[in-house]
Design a protein around this ligand. Structure first.
Ligand code: ADP
Ligand code: ADP
Ligand code: ZN
Ligand code: ZN
Length: 848
């Protein structure tokens, strides 16, 4: 990558950056180059790359396009920096994002679907009797012209389940356990009715009687009860009618005139395939049109690599004819050649990025954040933009080491066409391929915030204070993986004839009481095996077992593949069910915990403190203060989810939405509480000099000292620090957390319980977002779990982790239909000798 010259004036110059933990940072980074930002978790990489450079670039850009947006932007965020010069406009491709739209798919995100529809409209083969060509809209299930009349383009039929209606069973009804119920005053109303009916709305949902849970969620009965006046809200008694969550959801779906409300409840609905359109969501007329002998629904369901193979012959036509709207087929016309050429070129970029196994119809909610980011990256490559700075968050996430090179190629193409590519990255292979490195550190939080080095990659070798150095230059002190004795399995869990997605009749054996790494290139079937079949088999076994721990799958939420809302079974119609012919060894497992990267909550009302249970301890501490006693404040007063203590302007959210024409979904700080979430009276109560909002603003590291006298809180905080999350704030909304952070919070929550053995832990790339130094810490934690007799099965790309496993199951050989087989299963030292394993050479590098 050394051939792009960076001239001295082509620099972004940052002066006096003080965002978050940054300590008056001055740094110059070259434009039109790949710049890697490195450092341990919490060192300040994101504060520099995203919080300072990207935020400032975006602020300037918005100011230039929409002068009246100035007002809004000032409400938002101005980075703490003296000056930045040489800054181009920025595009951020960050992994941490809000709720994805249920209608977006690989095809819509990449806009490949538009072209494919155009291809069918202009160049498809129409059946006899069609006098007019269909408009390209007619091939979209998202338009009135194209949508199947039975399912309105959704492709599915609906049902609801407890998991969909109650995504977080640790919440009480008062705190919003029944996510499917309506919001605002209606929520209070339903809650009061539920109280009047004699149910406990303050206990965590999962602790309620199963029969009561069943009734509250699913009954068709609609009793009418008298509601007593409560505090300041209702002046006189009134009658209220009960709606079970199910009743409410279906009523809204069927009768609501508001598309927004229907969309809102749709996410609580679980689905099967629509019989009329076979799940494609399309009208019969559209399904009668073919290209290369296939319908558009069939092409949408194919992996993109196969789609490209099908379209390629058309791109090579030498006898293409001018298009005629009157002929029944346009397949051999110049229009077909033009559209397929464009499609194939764009798909090839996606194949290079290791995404060729995805189909266009695959809904984006089933993609990992890393896959999603690479999809958007590929789309940018074709946008033709130049003079832009792209700020990327760990683009290597989810990539096998074999795919790091094509990723670098794509980044280089972006840079070569005159863009700046700034990546926050932990994968040392990618970092080595960058033109420039900015190493931030040395530690996290207060212990970091300095730029230790900014320059060509090789120069970091001289910087002894850098924690990154030993990993970038193996051989320097501290980089090598320690060898250790392998554990012998206590038993084996075997799956015979496992099938799901691309796994066809696979036999797999998992050694229990050990640490198992599952490896393979993207799309080879790792998640299908671990998160799909293994998870399903064990969960079913435990569900049927009366003695099983009720909380065994509490970390499993409704967003898991094949199980969630309507989205899973959208046009690709591939909501497959895991299948297995025979299983042995299940009796040696009595609990299942899935620690994945799915968000820990879908609203800003869930946060680090509420999820871990830490907040209960904190609220109890505040309720125990003298002033709280004096005023009669209970722990409930210190919840921002309940009327009483919270700010009523923002209903405890801390921000209010600001509607601006060109900037949909913008939020501003609540003018009443200034983001504190609580009302002034509540904030008057302090513990050791801090009010409840101050405590939520503390980082885990700071809170560990502050809450030391509170044993229940200290324990949670210690485990959070153990997994490298000391830099997070207690009140950090769940929606702002990256997938990797969410996963580590789940892990910490699990570690703080300190259970006996026989639990099966399933992890999905636990090292995402972690610096190699943090990976070491995490590994120590995982090995502690295994030493206690538990089993850890982790899908992983980080070879340090794989090398430290007791057993490796390597899938391959490639992605999609060219994968789905077990290439080798052995301890790491043996796997490296396996000739057909694509993982072996990379593993050998860290083992030698
Ligand atoms: P990195 O990207 O290196 O993991 P960050 O830049 O995210 O690190 O964080 C650096 C420090 O700044 C951490 O101590 C973190 O807790 C703090 N921090 C990050 N975001 C915020 C925020 N929005 N408000 C306050 N502190 C923050
Ligand atoms: P890996 O975890 O190794 O990246 P996956 O198990 O995610 O691989 O994918 C294996 C194959 O199954 C791929 O072809 C992928 O497109 C397909 N697949 C995975 N999840 C789904 C899903 N929810 N719907 C349809 N196809 C899927
Ligand atoms: Zn249909
Ligand atoms: Zn407020």
């Amino acid at each position: 990558s050394g051939d792009r010259r960076t001239t001295p004036d082509a620099f972004v110059r940052v002066r006096g950056a003080n965002e978050n933990n940054l300590r008056n940072v001055d740094v110059d980074v070259p434009r039109d180059a790949i710049v890697a930002f490195t450092g341990v978790s919490g060192s300040g990489k994101s504060s520099l790359a995203f919080g300072t450079i990207f935020t400032e670039a975006q602020r300037r850009y918005l100011e230039s396009v929409a002068p009246y947006a100035r007002r809004l932007i000032q409400q938002g965020h101005n980075p703490h920096v003296e000056s930045i010069t040489g800054l181009p406009p920025a595009v951020a491709l960050q992994q941490r994002r809000g709720a994805p739209s249920s209608r977006s798919s690989v095809g819509t995100v990449t806009t490949l679907s538009n072209s494919l529809r155009m291809l069918f409209s202009r160049a498809g083969t129409f059946p006899d009797g069609f006098t007019d060509r269909l408009d390209s809209d007619a091939f979209s299930p998202n338009t009135a012209a194209g949508a199947c009349p039975e399912c309105h383009g959704i492709g599915v039929a609906h049902t609801v389940t407890e998991e969909t209606l109650v995504p977080d069973p640790s919440l009480s009804i008062r705190d919003g356990a029944i996510a499917a119920w309506p919001g605002a005053w209606q929520a209070k109303n339903l809650r009061d009715i539920t109280i009047a009916l004699g149910y406990d709305v303050d206990r965590p949902w999962r602790d309620l009687d199963p029969a009561d849970r069943e009734w509250i969620l699913f009954t068709d009965e609609q009793p009418i009860v008298e509601i007593a006046p409560q505090r300041d809200r209702v002046a006189k008694p009134y009658k209220g009618m009960f709606w079970s969550a199910k009743k409410y959801v279906f009523h809204t779906l069927a009768d609501s005139n508001s598309a927004k409300m229907r969309e809102g409840v749709l996410r609580f609905v679980r689905t099967g395939i629509c019989p009329l359109c076979g799940g494609s969501g399309l009208r019969r007329e559209a399904l009668a049109v073919t290209f290369a002998g296939r319908t558009i629904a069939e092409l949408n369901a194919l992996p993109m690599s196969e789609l490209a193979d099908i379209l390629r012959p058309t791109t090579e036509l030498t006898d293409a004819a001018p298009a005629l709207t009157t002929s029944s087929s346009g397949e051999r016309t110049d229009v077909a050649v033009a559209i397929t050429t464009d499609l194939v070129a764009r798909i090839e970029v996606l194949i290079d990025l290791g995404l060729g196994y995805l189909g266009l119809g695959r809904v984006t909610t089933t993609l990992s954040p890393g896959e999603m980011q690479r999809l958007r990256l590929a789309t940018q490559l074709r946008s033709g933009l130049f003079g832009v700075v792209y700020v990327l968050d760990e683009p290597s996430a989810g990539l096998h080491p074999a795919d790091a090179e094509p990723l670098l190629d794509v980044l280089e193409q972006l840079a070569a066409s005159g863009n700046s590519v700034f990546v926050v990255e932990h994968n040392m292979d990618v970092v080595r391929g960058a033109d420039w490195i900015v190493d931030v550190g040395p530690g996290a939080g207060e212990g970091g915030g300095e730029v230790l080095y900014s320059g060509a990659v090789d120069g970091l070798a001289e910087v002894t204070a850098s924690v990154t150095r030993p990993f970038l230059f193996p051989g320097t002190e501290g980089g090598a993986v320690e060898s250790r004795f392998l554990r012998s399995p206590t038993d084996w869990l075997t799956l015979e004839g496992a099938s799901l997605h691309n796994l066809a009749n696979v036999d797999a054996a998992f050694p229990l009481g050990t640490f198992v790494a599952v490896t393979g290139v993207s799309g080879s079937g790792k998640s299908s095996l671990v998160g799909g079949v293994l998870h399903d088999v064990v969960r079913r076994h435990l569900r049927g077992d009366e003695t099983a721990d009720q909380s065994h799958d509490e970390t499993t939420d409704a967003t898991e593949p094949g199980e969630a809302g309507p989205v899973e079974a959208l046009p690709d119609g591939q909501a497959e069910v895991p299948a297995v012919r025979a299983v042995t060894g299940l009796d040696h497992i009595d609990r299942l915990v899935r620690v994945d990267q799915k968000p820990i909550g879908r609203t800003p009302r869930s946060n680090l403190a509420t999820y871990t249970g830490l907040f209960d301890a904190v609220r109890a501490v505040f309720a125990g203060t003298d002033l709280a006693h004096e005023r009669g404040y209970t722990a409930g007063r210190f919840s921002f989810n309940v009327a009483g203590g919270r700010c009523e302007t923002c209903l405890g959210e801390g921000y209010v939405s600001v509607e601006l024409l060109f900037l949909p979904g913008s939020y501003g700080k609540c003018p009443t509480c200034d983001g504190a979430r609580y009302n002034a009276e509540t904030l008057e109560v302090t513990y050791r000099g801090k009010n409840i909002a101050d405590v939520l603003a503390l980082t885990v590291d700071d809170a560990a000292g502050f809450l030391e006298p509170v044993p229940a809180a200290s324990r949670s905080l210690r485990t959070l620090r153990d997994v490298g999350l000391g830099y997070l704030r207690l009140g950090q909304p769940a929606t702002e957390l990256s997938g990797g952070e969410a996963q580590r919070i789940k892990l910490a929550t699990e570690l703080q319980r300190a259970r006996r053995g026989h639990t099966l832990y399933l992890l999905d790339e636990p090292t995402t977002g972690l610096h190699p130094a943090d990976v070491r810490l995490l590994l120590a934690q995982l090995h502690t779990l295994v030493d206690a007799g538990n089993t850890v099965v982790a899908v992983e790309h980080d070879m340090d982790v794989v090398a430290s496993a007791d057993w490796v199951i390597d899938l391959g050989p490639s992605g999609g239909d060219a994968g789905g087989r077990i290439m080798a299963a052995a301890p790491p030292a043996e796997l490296v000798r396996h000739p057909s394993s694509r993982t072996a050479p990379y593993l050998a590098r860290v083992l030698s």
